[in-house]
Design a protein around this ligand. Structure first.
Ligand code: DHK
Length: 144
């Protein structure tokens, strides 16, 4: 049974009320429940974790090392800045799928660059909550 860890970065706890014209009306709890249901149907186990703190996300990735089989991550704004998160992902030696609710390539210039994408198996961006669903499907395909 594959074990998947889902990580949500800064400000994603506010989903549902935060800039709904960009991020939609679905809450983080709803996204996590849908991922849990999807994983169950696919015969996988899944745990989700959100933090507004870079170090907490890094600690969680360290704990996943040797425990989980793959990571699904929406790093929020850390996507564009965090070399420390990138290093943690590399150190974990786990396959990672990066997801974004919004299409980061259709927004501000600074969102077009990710410091993580080149160490990810792949990236899903712009499909709202479906980005997570598609990302989990792709990660489980990759793991099988
Ligand atoms: C979420 C964020 O919080 C932003 O900082 C990223 C991402 C995009 C998203 O679309 O899910 O730039």
């Amino acid at each position: 049974m594959p074990r998947v860890l889902v990580l949500h970065g800064p400000n994603l706890n506010l989903l549902g009320t935060r800039e709904p014209e960009v991020y939609g009306h679905t809450t983080l709890a709803e996204i996590d429940q849908a991922l849990l249901d999807q994983a169950k149907v696919a015969g996988a186990t899944l745990e989700s974790f959100q933090s507004n703190h870079e170090g907490e996300l890094i600690d969680r990735i360290h704990a996943a090392r040797g425990h989980d089989d793959g990571l699904l991550i929406n790093p929020g704004a850390l996507t564009h800045t965090s070399i420390a998160l990138r290093d943690a992902i590399l150190a974990s030696e786990l396959p990672v799928v990066e997801v974004h609710l919004s299409n980061v390539h259709a927004r501000e210039e600074f969102r077009r660059h990710s410091v993580l994408s080149d160490v990810a198996v792949g990236v899903v961006t712009g499909f709202g909550p479906s980005s997570y669903r598609l990302g989990l499907e792709a990660l489980l395909d990759h793991l099988s």
